[in-house]
Ligand binder design. Structure first.
Ligand SMILES: *Cc1c(COP(=O)(O)O)cnc(C)c1O
Length: 228
């Protein structure tokens, strides 16, 4: 077994262990964050059973989607969205995790091709007070969620967050719980909401402890990023 598949299996094992520590916990979906990694690694992971991949850069992501279109993969856009890129994102990706303003939500709706299923959208909520992080406030998330109901080509699926980095499990859980509370409120209000995207290489166990439904893992699967 190569290094890549070995690391992949280890990540899956870590997820399983964290899930087993909480009675009744469902296993979260594992999103393999493939940004800055080549096609060969993605293909190896596909052969090992991985189907969902996350990309943060529009051009790089679209190139991979084109080259791997025969594999029936599910592509998630997880990076910051410039409004002039919304059209391309809406045309090529199945999921977008990083919607934090109305202008972008409307552009994604407007440019989603008629022939495609509605775009699965997660609203990015800002957790903690770091000024330079993207993400919407609680009040903005509630407004965006209400707006999303009016948009035919948008399927509101839930919430995403990138909390401030911390090595302390308890501190990680405190931040993650803030997003979980908002997620629960949205899910109670909107039947389509079923996905909470939180947990990365550094806070995987805390996110599962808190009740995430989707974890985004790059480095711990692929190793250090290498393209460009
Ligand atoms: C790059 C990225 C990840 C993966 O991060 P790692 O630390 O490499 O696991 C997860 N989520 C988002 C939004 C990212 O941009």
């Amino acid at each position: 077994m190569g290094d890549l598949i070995c690391r992949y299996e280890q990540v899956k094992l870590r997820i399983k262990k964290a899930v087993d520590q909480v009675a009744g916990r469902q296993r979260p979906l594992l999103l393999a964050v493939s940004k800055k990694h080549g096609l060969d690694k993605i293909q190896q992971l596909v052969a090992a059973g991985q189907q969902d991949f996350g990309e943060s850069y529009v051009q790089e992501g679209i190139a991979k989607i084109g080259q791997l279109q025969d594999l029936a993969l599910i592509w998630h856009f997880i990076g910051p969205i410039q409004s002039n890129k919304a059209k391309q994102i809406a045309a090529h990706f199945a999921w977008v995790h990083s919607v934090d303003r109305l202008k972008v939500l409307k552009l994604l709706n407007q440019h989603r091709p008629n022939t495609a299923a509605p775009l699965n959208v997660l609203l990015q909520i800002k957790i903690g007070d770091e000024a330079n992080k993207s993400g919407a406030s609680y009040a903005e998330v509630m407004q965006l969620a209400a707006q999303a109901q009016q948009l035919e080509a948008i399927n509101l699926r839930g919430l995403m967050c990138i909390p401030p980095a911390s090595d302390d499990f308890e501190v990680q859980c405190q931040y993650l719980q803030q997003a979980k509370d908002v997620f629960d409120e949205l899910a109670a209000k909107y039947p389509s909401v079923d996905t909470l995207s939180m947990g990365m290489s550094g806070d995987l166990a805390a996110a599962i402890h808190t009740g995430t439904t989707l974890v985004r893992v790059g480095t711990d699967i692929f190793g250090a990023r290498e393209l460009d």
